[in-house]
Ligand binder design. Structure first.
Ligand code: GCV
Length: 728
């Protein structure tokens, strides 16, 4: 983002908000959440009056599908928000015209002399300015390319939705990251791996003949937050998705997305040349295999000229890959990269590779497997790295690879769907977790070498950049299962656009656009959201605990679990509780994976006294009686943390209940039901984890921590998922 300048007095804004309070108290009506944050209901009367005077006609210049989408959005949006149609015109005729166009599509924009400035903002950037022309005040949304104009339109509508002043605008924005992509772990049978919001949105059986109109709404929602790519199928890929039959279906999806600037990508199964092409090998150095991929890429681009490229999970969790044929990751990635390069495509190669050797620390595995290849990947390859070294835990330290591969384009992979964070049952706003990650300082080039700067290419001077989020969408009417899970989809888009956006800003926007503009309600809901991640960590995995979830589904606690053949799928492997203490020693006396971080980070994490307490048990095996900064023992601190989490879940319910008048009944009741489940789960977590660890610590629960509701045996007997089918 270059700059965002709003030159208006705060006074006017406050006045608008006061109107909002009155208006929304009276206007609550049923809602099912389908409209997401793109609800264009009438604004409060005061704001409407003011905005109507500013926008008297809409002049969108350009007839391409994208410009038509921009026009339709503006016309519909303004009609809804202002409560009356704003006429569409072809010329600027009076005061209050809103002109939208690109340098090519609009003679008006071309005459403004902004060519250089717009070129500097790139194809997706935009400028919004209030200009005076012959005594008339005109608002201009301009860009060098159409995608930018569309993003500018959504930005302008967001200003109205959040009651911002629009009388003297001077906004210039461009996305900090180039590829802003949702990864769908959707299978061809429409099941969704780690999906908690119904079935896959892609109806493969009906495609390509029938294209669900919902696909347009999906693309539109993505465009409104700057997401410009979508990987349609699971990384645990089925070769069929690359068959001629399925490519036609994918092409129909791509057609539906195109007006909104969303490109499609596919996950590629590495062994597809064997399964689809009948070859004997998929060895990346085998000329026939490489040729098969080249032809496949040509076939895809004939059908989908703007196809984004491939995402690949190779040699991970049973997936085939170059190592299956005695080759390495570079051989595999570069062979695929060569196939898509002539068409401008990319390969997103995943770093989630964790082969196990006896005594291995899984947290160090991706680094060991990938770091040696730094500087050897082709220019159109991005290495897609999860935010933390294990696997989308409620809290992890940043992945050490972000500081260790300066000659490789590293693309963070975040998980929007809540695999380890209570599925679509728990209210947890993920922006604070992602911000913590993006703001982490790798110290790779000294102080200030944040993950955000690695990702946006500024630290290592890279132009091809990106961020991926594992999608949480499905056929659920509200898209994400939990109304508040929509906020995580929203936050992913906003942070991929600008990784420095604050969680507060993102939450505030989302609440005003989605739920209510009533100021006290906005304050209490944003507070709830901003506290929610810390609270979830407190009742699930405080102080650096990780991966103590139940079995393969990961819903609810099972720290006692040790039955999996693979050591590192067992919670006991991660927490290492014994009579002496708790936690995984990753310092020199243990696995020493802390050495994968740069010097000052490494020293801080490695020191028992300097280690941030939120990561204490991640890096250290700590005696039960260890004095924490609070003065409590480790055991007492742990117990208090679980209790704090439960207390928060209870308080959250109360606070939500008190908002009944400010939010429509339907969504209010749905969220209230989920919060009741969240409270029950928090208690379940507290009791079962403390009871289990107590068998090692042999210490009583400190005062202020409630006695467990069941026995350890009872908790062990049943997965939390089984107590409530709605948790699925
Ligand atoms: C798509 C974790 C999840 C798997 C997922 C895998 C991955 O292990 O539990 O469901 O597989 O991560 O990211 O590839």
């Amino acid at each position: 983002m270059l700059s965002l300048g709003l030159k208006t007095s705060r006074g006017r804004l406050v006045a608008c908000l006061a109107f909002a309070s009155v208006f929304f108290a009276g206007a609550a009506r049923a809602e099912d959440g389908y409209r997401l944050w793109l609800r264009y209901d009438p604004l409060p009367a005061g704001a409407t009056r003011e905005y109507r005077a500013r926008v008297t006609s809409v002049v969108v210049q350009g007839e391409s599908a994208t410009m038509q989408a921009a026009r339709a959005e503006l016309v519909e949006g303004l009609k809804g928000l202002l409560g009356a149609s704003v006429p569409a015109a072809t010329q600027v005729e009076g005061d209050g015209a809103l002109v939208v166009g690109t340098l090519r599509s609009s003679a008006f924009v071309a005459r403004l002399g902004w060519g250089k400035a717009l070129a500097a903002l790139g194809p997706e950037g935009f400028r919004i300015r209030t200009v005076k022309l012959g005594g008339r005040s005109v608002t201009v949304i301009a860009s060098s390319d159409e995608a930018g104009a569309l993003y500018g339109v959504f930005h302008f509508l967001r200003l109205l939705q959040t009651l911002q002043p629009t009388n003297d605008l001077d906004v210039s924005q461009k996305p900090r990251l180039r590829l802003r992509v949702l990864d769908h772990w959707d299978n061809l049978d429409r099941s969704v791996e780690r999906g908690y919001a119904g079935r896959s949105l892609w109806d493969w059986e009906a495609l390509p003949e029938k294209v669900d109109p919902r696909l347009r709404d999906y693309a539109r929602a993505n465009a409104s937050i700057g997401i410009n790519g979508s990987v349609l199928n699971n990384v645990n890929a089925d070769s069929q998705s690359l068959s001629a039959e399925y490519l036609k279906k994918t092409a129909a999806v791509a057609d539906a997305f195109r007006p909104y600037g969303v490109r499609v990508y596919l996950s590629a199964r590495f062994s597809a040349p064997i399964e689809l092409g009948g070859l004997k090998t998929a060895d990346p150095l085998d000329p026939q295999a490489a040729e098969w991929w080249r032809r496949k890429a040509d076939e895809i681009y004939r059908l989908i000229p703007d196809f984004g490229g491939f995402l690949v999970k190779a040699n991970s969790e049973g997936q085939p890959g170059p190592r299956t044929y005695g080759r390495d990751h570079v051989d595999g990635a570069n062979m695929l990269a060569a196939a898509v390069a002539p068409h401008g495509g990319v390969v997103m190669w995943r770093a989630f590779v964790y082969d196990m050797k006896p005594g291995y620390d899984r947290a160090g595995a991706a680094y060991d497997n990938l770091q040696p290849f730094d500087g050897r990947f082709a220019p159109n390859v991005l290495l897609q790295v999860k935010n933390g070294p294990i696997d989308f835990q409620p809290r992890e330290p940043f992945h050490p690879l972000f500081g260790a591969m300066p000659r490789t384009r590293l693309m963070p992979e975040l998980q929007i769907t809540q695999e380890y964070l209570g599925f679509s049952n728990h209210l947890v706003f993920l922006a604070p977790m992602w911000r913590e990650f993006l703001a982490s300082d790798t110290h790779a080039r000294g102080r200030g070498s944040t993950v955000a700067k690695v990702a946006d290419g500024s630290l290592n001077r890279q132009r091809l950049t990106g961020m991926a989020g594992v999608a949480n969408t499905g056929t659920a009417r509200n898209w994400t299962g939990h109304h508040f899970a929509q906020a995580n989809w929203y936050a992913f888009g906003r942070l991929a656009w600008n990784p420095d956006a604050t969680s507060q800003q993102v939450a505030d926007e989302w609440v005003k656009m989605t739920l209510t503009r009533d100021p006290p309600a906005v304050t209490s809901i944003t507070r709830l959201m901003l506290e929610s991640h810390e609270a979830l960590v407190a009742y699930m995995t405080p102080l650096g605990l990780h991966h103590i979830m139940w079995g393969g589904h990961h819903y609810g606690p099972a720290p006692w679990e040790n039955q999996f053949d693979r050591d590192d799928w067992n919670p006991t492997y991660y927490h290492r509780a014994d009579a002496a203490g708790l936690g995984f020693d990753r310092t020199k006396t243990g696995s020493n994976t802390v050495s994968q971080y740069h010097a000052p980070v490494r020293a801080r994490f490695a020191s028992l006294s300097a280690c941030p307490e939120e990561f204490l048990l991640w890096f250290h095996h700590v005696p039960w009686g260890h004095r924490m900064r609070s003065g409590r023992t480790l055991w007492d601190e742990l117990a208090h943390s679980y209790q704090r989490g439960v207390d928060w879940a209870r308080a959250a319910r109360k606070s939500w209940d008190s908002l009944a008048g400010s939010i429509d009944e339907e969504r209010h009741a749905a969220v209230a039901r989920k919060l009741a489940i969240q409270e029950r789960d928090a208690v379940w977590w507290r009791d079962s984890v403390l009871l289990y660890f107590q068998t090692f610590s042999k210490r009583p629960l400190p005062a202020g921590v409630e006695q467990p509701q069941k026995t350890l045996e009872e908790y062990k007997a049943k997965s939390l998922l089984d107590v409530d089918a709605s948790a699925r």
